[in-house]
Design a protein around this ligand. Structure first.
Ligand code: GLU
Length: 506
């Protein structure tokens, strides 16, 4: 790969709605690639299609990148030397370039009305064919290739509606290069003459994208696979302008969890799982969940996305952003689609929460307790260290540790049914007596004393530990029972066992 000149890459979303995981992954790969090569990462807002413009979308995109920690070096609000970075603010510029293409014969005016074109499409369809505006048909249609110069000038002066189309060269086999897919051959006869510019003065995506990539000195275009069919036109546009094309890399699709079909924006709602970085509320007040609101850490989302289509070539899966930057390599991006696996997504979250310090999580737990108005003398860091490995989200802290702070009053029915045997009252009575005798109430010592008593008394450990756990926790979950005993203290532990017995006897 040519990385001798300073790397400049761009993420170029169209503000047509919330950024979904596919777009976010494109942003991430661009960012990683730029940072790895000490290059520049640019955000460019491609808002030329006013019909699909959604007002809140640009802010949403910027906020999403910020939340993830994918900072752009140049872009709206961070003007570098190549701005403005919003295509609607660059409108005047594209006209000059389309005129160049018309003058050099690479583009032409077309005056065919939508109705006329629809008619041709329908006629072709009736014969099981597809109408294409291309080398085979253009000479029979209403355009500056067939009409006289005077007629064209007249139409333009009369402000008739027109489009400018690219004049695709006939019968050439293009050999396109993609960093991920290798060489791709395209026969230009299979292409149609795409619209580049419209009489409302607005360029289409294709023209604006190429002009901006050139003017912004983009060295590598890294984007989703859905743009691969446009690659031939883009490469031809560079040729038409006489510009050097950047390198291209088309990222694999993200597939639905079943492994078939592209993951769509609506799949999140169907799965009950976020596919958007932030919550999105659409014009009809329909809410789509976001990773942020669901409690995911941005670093976990980034890690998950990084491995959705790229592999480091080792067994390592958990990466910090810094590590991703060092390891990322476009040559290790897979060609085939990447299956979106919500469980794996959660797994990354679980791995990243384990990397948080006990101190940081303790602070969260303290805040949670405050909001619940719970006063405690317990050592919060100790509580956190006992439950940490069971956490997926920060808010799980309460679910996993509430029994340290509140005595169970209700008991999980299934658990009770499982642990309660005919002799359980007797066993628990004896256990209380034994616990009373323990003077050094540390987890280690209590465990040792109870275990040796159980052995001499010939009581199976399960008969003691299981009901003890239900008495202390209210269910069969939680960390080591003796750790719980030690933390809540002897008196409290015994009181909870008594409560449980009373509850069962009522
Ligand atoms: N505006 C295009 C999009 O919304 C950008 C495609 C490209 O990166 O060239 O995805």
């Amino acid at each position: 790969m040519n990385t001798s000149s300073a790397v400049r890459v761009r993420f170029a979303p169209s503000p047509t709605g919330p950024l979904h995981i596919g777009g976010l992954r494109t942003a991430l790969y661009n960012y990683l690639f730029a940072k790895k090569h000490q290059g520049t990462f640019i955000l460019r807002i491609e808002d030329t299609d006013q019909t699909r413009f959604v007002p809140k979308a640009e802010t949403y995109i910027k906020e999403s990148l910020k939340w993830c920690g994918i900072d752009y070096d140049e872009g709206p609000g961070k003007e570098g030397s190549y701005g403005p970075y919003k295509q609607s603010e660059r409108k005047a510029l594209y006209k000059e370039y389309i005129e160049k293409l018309i003058a050099s014969g690479w583009a032409y005016y077309a005056f065919d009305t939508p109705d006329e074109l629809d008619k041709l499409r329908n006629e072709a369809e009736a014969q099981k064919q597809k109408f294409m505006y291309n080398h085979a048909t253009r000479s029979t249609l209403q355009n500056s290739l067939t009409l006289s110069k005077e007629k064209v000038t007249e139409k333009l002066q009369n402000q008739e509606k027109y489009v400018v189309r690219f004049k695709t060269p006939q019968a050439r086999i293009l050999c396109l290069k993609d960093q991920i897919r290798g060489e791709i051959q395209v026969d230009t006869n299979t292409l149609d003459d795409k619209i580049l510019f419209k009489s409302d003065g607005m360029p289409t995506y294709h023209l604006a994208n190429i002009v901006d990539d050139h003017l912004m000195q983009i060295t590598h275009v890294i984007r989703g696979e859905e743009w691969l069919p446009s690659l031939a036109l883009h490469v031809l546009l560079y040729e038409a302008f006489g510009w050097q094309a950047p390198e291209f890399a088309h990222l694999p699709l993200i597939l639905k969890p079943v492994g078939k079909g592209k993951l769509s924006k609506r799949d999140g709602d169907k799965l009950g799982f976020p596919v958007f970085p932030l919550q999105w509320i659409d014009a009809d007040n329909k809410v789509s969940m976001g990773y942020r609101e669901e409690g995911f850490y941005p670093e976990a989302v980034l890690n998950f996305m990084a491995l959705l289509g790229w592999n480091p070539g080792t067994e390592k899966e958990v990466f910090s952003l810094e590590e991703l930057i060092t390891s990322f390599d476009l040559n290790r991006v897979n060609k085939s689609g990447a299956k979106f696996d919500p469980e794996k997504n959660k797994w990354f979250q679980q791995q990243h929460i384990q990397q948080k310090s006990t101190q940081e999580l303790s602070q969260h737990l303290k805040t949670l307790l405050e909001t619940k108005n719970i006063q405690t003398d317990l050592n919060i860091s100790h509580v956190v260290s006992l439950v940490k490995e069971r956490l997926i989200f920060t808010d799980d802290l309460w679910q996993q540790s509430h029994f340290f702070f509140e005595t169970p009053t209700i008991y999980d029915a299934k658990a009770v049914k499982k642990v309660w045997k005919t002799d359980t009252v007797k066993v628990l009575d004896l256990l209380i007596q034994q616990l009373e005798l323990v003077t050094d109430f540390t987890a280690e010592n209590t465990a040792q004393e109870i275990k040796s008593w159980a052995k001499t008394a010939e009581i199976g450990l399960g008969k003691i530990m299981m009901p003890l756990r239900v008495a202390l926790v209210g269910s069969l979950s939680g960390p080591d029972v003796f750790e719980i005993c030690a933390l809540i203290g002897k008196e409290n532990s015994i009181a909870r066992i008594k409560n449980f017995v009373t509850y069962k006897n009522v």
